[in-house]
Design a protein around this ligand. Structure first.
Ligand code: GLU
Length: 507
């Protein structure tokens, strides 16, 4: 593939509203094929389109390119739209939402493609191809034998009108091909700069209408971008080689093309291509694992450029504020999936800080707790206290369901004889702490409680302070490690802490 690309920084870059055509508003589209569920790369494309549209007061369209019927995956179309909603980047127009330019599934727009093909047949920029699959297979084999890239030899371009009529009257099956002519237009990509790809010297004429009456990607994509008044096409760099073909199609139709911005490739940290085959890059997988949408958008924007440097913890309004297409770099972007838990920790803290999102987290946690601990009920205020005190320590909300935190929901079994193996003063320590808790009952706070525990327990002669802490930790949680004793008591509350101590002492 020979691509001439000159990144021309001297030329003005950025948003250019299309002039002279029908587009006077920014309109962008995300156009996935529902051949699978949304993955990180797809979310990145959707997100950059969304943010570009919102930045310029434009429309964000979801169009499903579902013309390859053999590769459709049941549920993928709904799944893609659900995921955009979940991620907080909902389309303005889509199969589900409708809109002025619908339908938004290509399989429902066949008449438009047939009309378009007719136009191209009439102006001689497309032709019917009657080559049999066997002939095409032979061409391919021969090319491979000669160590050449297989390409169609454009034979049917040269059929006479009489030959075509003859084949049509015999009802021979055909496809329609588009004539790739020399001299594909160069264009200024808004990310990559000036680009030109002389596609006709490399490829044979592409099929635009298949034998089953369905269009191929190139035709449907161009017809729809035009009919849907798309002003800017923001898509992954892997589509750059198709753009030359698209520009030739626009020229053949006599339509004005949109502006293009090809986003750099997303790569794994080790430089390998982020692949759909990596099961863990599907967004639904992250959603099910408890990641927040903000986390994924933040990760994507940190590896994709377009914002003010790299900085963890940005939310959608901040990203919107900072985004500029000129800030998108032309270098490949690296995704560090191992940093996702850290991103989530930051965004979970932010959600806990906001009263509104905190209420949602409480409800979510109540639901999962109920599923796990069937016959227990969990008090809202108690859960809220846990979230506030553990903020910054939790990467996922569901960390609170792990065995390290089970003491929050069920009392551990602790026996006095085990406590005595730590200290002979176990009973004295327990009673002393019960006294502290009873005294500070109403105005207990983390700072004074830690101070009181320290002052009183450091005075014990036979038990080191650290051993007292170990003993209390065992009583309160049954564990050897965890949050500070004062924090545990603050979380459980004075009454529950007192009861746990008294139960242990009387066991
Ligand atoms: N249907 C293509 C895809 O699956 C769309 C590419 C484009 O944006 O033109 O990504």
């Amino acid at each position: 593939m020979r691509l001439l690309r000159t990144v021309c920084s001297a030329l003005p870059r950025g948003v250019r509203r299309c002039s002279g055509g029908t587009h006077n508003k920014v309109r962008v589209r995300f156009a996935p094929s529902p051949t699978g569920f949304l993955h990180l790369g797809g979310l990145r494309t959707a997100f950059y389109n969304y943010i570009f549209a919102k930045k310029h007061g434009g429309d964000f369209i979801l169009r499903l390119e579902d013309t390859d019927r053999s590769r459709l995956v049941p549920g993928a179309a709904e799944g893609i739209e659900d995921t955009l909603e979940w991620a907080g980047i909902p389309p303005d127009e889509s199969p589900r939402r409708g809109g002025m330019f619908g339908p938004y599934e290509q399989s429902k727009r066949l008449n438009l493609y047939h009309e378009a093909v007719q136009t191209l047949l009439e102006n001689d920029t497309a032709y019917r191809c009657f080559c049999t699959p066997q002939r095409l297979e032979l061409l391919k084999k021969e090319a491979l034998r000669n160590k050449e890239t297989p390409r169609y030899d454009n034979r049917c371009r040269h059929l006479t009108t009489a030959q075509i009529q003859d084949k049509l009257s015999k009802k021979l099956p055909f496809v329609v091909r588009f004539q790739l002519v020399e001299g594909a237009p160069s264009f200024k990509d808004l990310v990559l700069g000036w680009t030109q790809h002389d596609v006709a010297s490399i490829e044979g004429d592409p099929v635009i209408l298949k034998g089953d009456g369905f269009p191929t990607y190139h035709l449907a994509n161009v017809v729809d971008d035009h009919k849907m008044a798309v002003s800017h096409v923001l898509r992954g760099e892997e589509w750059l080689v198709s753009t030359a073909k698209h520009l030739l199609l626009y020229r053949a139709f006599g339509w004005q093309p949109p502006s293009y911005a090809h986003l750099p490739l997303l790569l794994n940290k080790d430089g390998s291509k982020l692949s759909k085959r990596q099961g863990d890059i599907f967004i639904q997988h992250y959603e099910k694992s408890g990641y927040l949408p903000d986390t994924l958008l933040d990760l994507i924007s940190n590896c994709g450029s377009g914002f003010l440097g790299n900085q963890k913890g940005r939310t959608l309004p901040e990203l919107l504020e900072q985004f500029k297409l000129e800030r998108v770099s032309s270098h490949s972007a690296f995704v560090d999936l191992s940093s996702l838990p850290e991103y989530n920790r930051i965004h979970l803290s932010k959600r806990i800080d906001s009263i509104e999102s905190r209420a949602e987290l409480i409800t979510q946690l109540q639901t999962v707790l109920q599923e796990k601990y069937k016959d227990l009920t969990f008090n809202k205020d108690y859960i809220e206290r846990i979230l506030i005190l553990r903020k910054g320590h939790l990467c996922m909300l569901t960390d609170l369901l792990s065995s390290n935190y089970s003491y929050l929901w069920i009392r551990p079994s602790v026996y006095l004889k085990d406590l005595h193996s730590l200290s002979n003063e176990a009973t004295e320590i327990g009673n002393l702490v019960v006294g502290i808790l009873q005294k500070s009952h109403n105005d207990m706070n983390l700072e004074t409680l830690s101070k009181d525990l320290k002052i009183h327990l450091q005075q014990l002669k036979a038990t080191k302070y650290s051993v007292s802490m170990k003993l209390l930790r065992r009583i309160l949680s049954g564990l050897e490690a965890g949050p500070s004793i004062a924090e545990m008591m603050m979380t459980l509350g004075p009454q529950e802490s007192i009861e746990r101590i008294q139960n242990a002492l009387s066991s």
